[in-house]
Design a protein around this ligand. Sequence first.
Ligand SMILES: Cc1ncc(C[n+]2csc(CCOP(=O)(O)OP(=O)(O)O)c2C)c(N)n1
Ligand code: SF4
Ligand SMILES: [Mg+2]
Length: 485
Amino acid sequence: MSQGTVETCGPEACVPSYIAEETLPYPFCPGCGHTKIASMIDEGLRALALPPERVVVVTDIGCVGLTDRHFSTNAFHGLHGRSITYASGIKLADPDLKVIVVMGDGGTGIGGAHLLAAARRNIGLTVIVANNFNYGMTGGQHSATTPPGAITSTTLLGNLEMPLDLMGTLKPARPGFLARTSVFAGDAVELVTRAVASDGFSLIDIWDLCVAYFAGQNTLTRDSIEQMMADLEMPAGIHHEGTRPEYARAWRDLYLPEEVADEEGMCLLPPDKGLEPVAQSQLTGRTSILIAGSAGQKIRSVATLLGAGAIMSGLLATQKDDYPITVRTGHSAAEIILSPEPITYTGVGTPDIVLILSEDGLAHVKKKLPEYPPATRIYAEEGLGELDTRAQMIRLPLLAKAKEVHRLAVGAVGLGAILAREGLYPPRLSWPPPAACRRPRWPRPTPPGWSRAWSWGSGVAARDVRWRLGRAPVLARATTVRVVG
Ligand SMILES: Cc1ncc(C[n+]2csc(CCOP(=O)(O)OP(=O)(O)O)c2C)c(N)n1
Ligand code: SF4
Ligand SMILES: [Mg+2]
């Protein structure tokens, strides 16, 4: 769209209108306040002489949502109440853009939570609310800002609700700029200009006229709007000016600092290559493993190490974790499937291998134990007593051995034992954790306790206990759910 030919001449230069002439006239009813608001935005942009290609006008739904097509800037029009979300995405992608949201009072209700989030973040959007107290486009239903007593098509005997006070609601979030005005006010253009110039989140609540539905039934005029502001204790003027850093830039500075980002904020870190196969597993078919223990026993980390080692030996692996919502209590379990073939179904009916580490883990699998066939191998902490099952039992002093390092290393002991006895893949692949299992920007030290516990586990199974275990803290953190197929 070409920039319009109407020009304003300021003291230094003439800035052409941002309204594309060929799109006029506006589609609004004659006398609709939206026409004035479109002109105010144009005047604000001209006052700031912003390059049109650096401006994005994002509109919400409603009559006011027809505004963007008239601007010779970039534009985006989406779903009702979601304009803030689109605009936030645009701003995050390019923090140097001037992003202006034009929305109705309908959008402030339907997308109210997005407004709160944007203001709390202080993301650099300018929100122009064309507040005509009703849903104009759909026939004048009452909205979140309809004043009490007002007659609309859905409040025929008068509105019983209190209106949303945008200033009072957003002020505690301390955004960049908050102001209220009306389409009649002499300072409206100046306030719109200041809102657009604001670096952080800015919002201007412009009390507006829907001549087709609201203004007539409620005798809304310039004077009555002023009276309404007084009655509702919602005065015009600037309600807040803040200095918090703008979110989109602050986010980049914190999470993508210069050393890891180029000038456009694109991450320069090499892409994560994932886990590269370095060995060949001899496994010929799908094998499923169930690890059952207690919350806090690092069950998910152990399962991730098991799967990571498998992937590094050319297998495919899936992991499904199961734990109560109250994460620090009760059982923690993980189902792992290893396979040379693609894993199209990730469910585990009867596991081939079971590792039971604690009473919580036992309680979790107890009902299923009698159903396990003799082919299933159960590795169990020896203190758990007799188990009602036909499966093969391999009892090991897992906990006693782990305690020589740290009681939470019990999973690492069990992992080492399973790998040494089951021949799933070369045990050395599961320890130390491969780089792809560690967080790139917050590396944790390799936990010495785990290394020893794992070695003991694989050693005991190979009848070769070589380690004198010293006490060391368990610090291991691995990635959470990893489904690779
Ligand atoms: C999620 C959703 N709900 C309802 C609608 C129907 N709808 C279309 S326009 C509109 C009212 C818009 O009112 P407002 O935002 O105040 O703008 P105005 O028409 O008054 O300018 C509604 C409810 C919709 N499009 N999407
Ligand atoms: S219906 Fe109301 S809001 Fe829509 S264009 Fe007409 S006057 Fe404006
Ligand atoms: Mg409206």
